[in-house]
Design a protein around this ligand. Sequence first.
Ligand SMILES: [Fe+2]
Ligand SMILES: [Fe+2]
Length: 272
Amino acid sequence: MPGEGLEPSWAQGPADFESAASTNSATPALGPQHAPTGVRVKQGLPQALRRAIIASMPSAFRRTQPWDALLTEMDRALFFVFCKQPSSRPYPAEGVQDARPLTQAERRLSAALMRVNHAGEVCAQALYEGQSITARDPAIAARLRKAAEEEADHLNWCRRRVEELGGRTSLLDPFWYFGSLAIGMTAGLFGDRWNLGFLEETERQVEAHLDGHLRRLPEADRRSRAIVEQMKIDERGHAELARSLGAAELPDPVKTLMRLAAKVMTTIAERI
Ligand SMILES: [Fe+2]
Ligand SMILES: [Fe+2]
């Protein structure tokens, strides 16, 4: 029947990315598909024409189906793994000069460490997404998505620095993404307090990991250091956000397990 079921977001009259995202909880906050929030989009087709096209579609195409959510996740994964993400904040290395030209060995080491950080940010996007899918309180899901936007800056910065250093991102990024998505969804199934507890512990471990990188990065590589230092500040903020929202303290064995999983990921990503 004409007008039956849900309309696709492009058919909902004048809209912007933010309103499109808010109408569908399965749509990432980085809307159609992933432009920064606050950017207005001109609708390409007149309203009457859009409605006529919808009316002519079989009803199966006008209702949200389970595979819509699956396709949204696939689209999101492809975007975060293979595309350059928009950054909402200035590049921390902008205007920062290395102490001296880096040697070949220093460039290789820095590129490897920044590749690990990029892979970690791919994981962060998937964890936040997974956790927001299974979060019970919509307000918490919304905060998780908001924090994920800030993490998108980190992805952008790490990718940019890896490229400046002549390196490449991890070949296993798709694997990191889907593994982390499954872990994030699982964490959410335990309830919001544990979900937030998992987030807080993840962020605390990332902060400690970044401290380790600040010790390993060549002293002369001031551009990478500027990026890592800003990320460290942000990660601490995410941990404090989780705590303020009511995170539960995870049992020590779970923390140890998380540390082991992170160690496996960082060790592999430094090489592949
Ligand atoms: Fe991050
Ligand atoms: Fe974070």
